[in-house]
Design a protein around this ligand. Sequence first.
Ligand code: FAD
Length: 512
Amino acid sequence: MSDIQSIVIVGGGTAGWLAAAFLQRTLSATRPTPLPITLIESPQIGTIGVGEATVPTLRATMQALGLPESTLFTAADATLKNGIRFNGWRKGGTAAEDSYDHPFDMPLPFNGYPATVHWLNLMQRGMLQPPMAEACTVQTRLYDGNQSPKLMHSPDYQAPVSYGYHLDAVKLATLLQQTAIERGVQHVQGNVAQVHRGPAGIESVELDDGRRFAASFFVDCSGFQSLLLQKTLDVPWESFSDWLPCDRAVAFPVAYADENAPLRSYTTSTAQDAGWTWEIDLQSRSGTGYVYASRFCSDDEAVATLQRHNAGRTALAEPRLLRMRVGHAARAWEQNCLALGLAGGFIEPLESTGIYLIEWVLQLFVDHIAPAGDSTVCRDRLNRAVGDVYEELRDFIVAHYALSQRRDTPFWRTCTDPASMPPRLAELLQLWDAKLPTPTDLDKRLSLFGPANWTYILAGMHRLPSRGIGLAAHIAPEVSLKAMEHVRSVRQMASQQSPTLRDFVRKLRGAV
Ligand code: FAD
């Protein structure tokens, strides 16, 4: 693999165009002549066209591509995201006390301990009540004021707190397409009808008009059908459907009441009878969808649920029904082919991990193309890491369901059945009944979700250590009270400084 001479990418969704732009940028940098990269996409088979919420890693990826942040606001309808708000996941219904936040920021430190330790110290002494994220982080204050994580004059890709984007996935793919093509990627429109295989892997792909494209390396970005990796190289699929029953989604955008309507600077995820709905505020519209399990809910019921959820708002398009295949290919990289995006794996978008996984695998791949030595060892290592990260993310997502107290529908009874929990997760939850999550609990910790992220979910679902607070037991309650006071004052300061998201976006667009 040290000797990639040319690349053909099949698929022109977010995965395909991100791969084209990223590989062009990274692999051509050290070569005397640019690496020939060709991207083939079908004009007939559309892209999935969803994927509107991101995590903070996209900022680094956009920077690595050399794109100014303003392009996202002008070309991809982007807004800013402080994190996610989960409604109704613990008990169902709309009670405010059944709502919790998962912000991107870490709990503030005070006197050598994260605020979460101080919070738990006070909670267990009966001196404080949930919610935790509100008491321990700055960022959730910005949720409540619909405020931007960036200040008006924050430099590109920077802010006082961490942040991601809400954006139009189709427009993001178009932005990446323009960037890749301007930089020399060849764009071919056509349907791949046949894939030719040889002893070293894929030899060429043939379009239905007879054109044939050979390369030394292929990237499969063909979406759920995984034309190259699975259909041609026969790499098996490892399904997560035993643990994550949601296999469909319906989506449609809705209009804002008026042009001054507040923009929520967080993704909203609301538990429903057979899954959950999302709401994602972009500049020009709000994206909404319902992720559901077809075993427990028909497509018609799903559409009706989403329409009910959006009652009073004007739909801007007909509902789009999508099928999802949850799991991952046993090996992301086989012979001379790497699968990215839906072709390589998919976990339901509860924590916005789709685009993140594309970025993550791309970076790993570029890091593992051996300039010298044995390439097999690099490929095996990448495959192991990708498999591990999928399992880690699966457990994180499953925990959102498994910790629920809901038993009111067949879906929730299934999701909360202890028998339907991966053993690794069952062990972690047992551990966290005894102590707060700390870094050594997570054996590999490959993904971006660490102890603080787990703590937000556990605390939000009221699943905290029943006894014993470890290190916190040695902290005097007066110190922990001061910690809470410190967080409150930083929250207030942040709220005074931050513009509303609506004002931020308006000013930015006016200025460009
Ligand atoms: P696709 O968009 O399906 O693209 C496949 C491409 O392959 C198309 O260009 C198609 O033309 C081409 N193709 C297929 N067959 C052929 C052929 N025979 N010949 C030539 N070309 C072919 N991710 C997030 O990060 N955040 C989110 O909030 C989020 N929400 C999601 C919600 C839902 C309901 C779903 C299903 C996914 C969501 N995702 C999200 C994931 C995200 O949408 C995908 O990771 C991302 O769009 C990548 O898709 P893709 O490019 O792999 O596949």
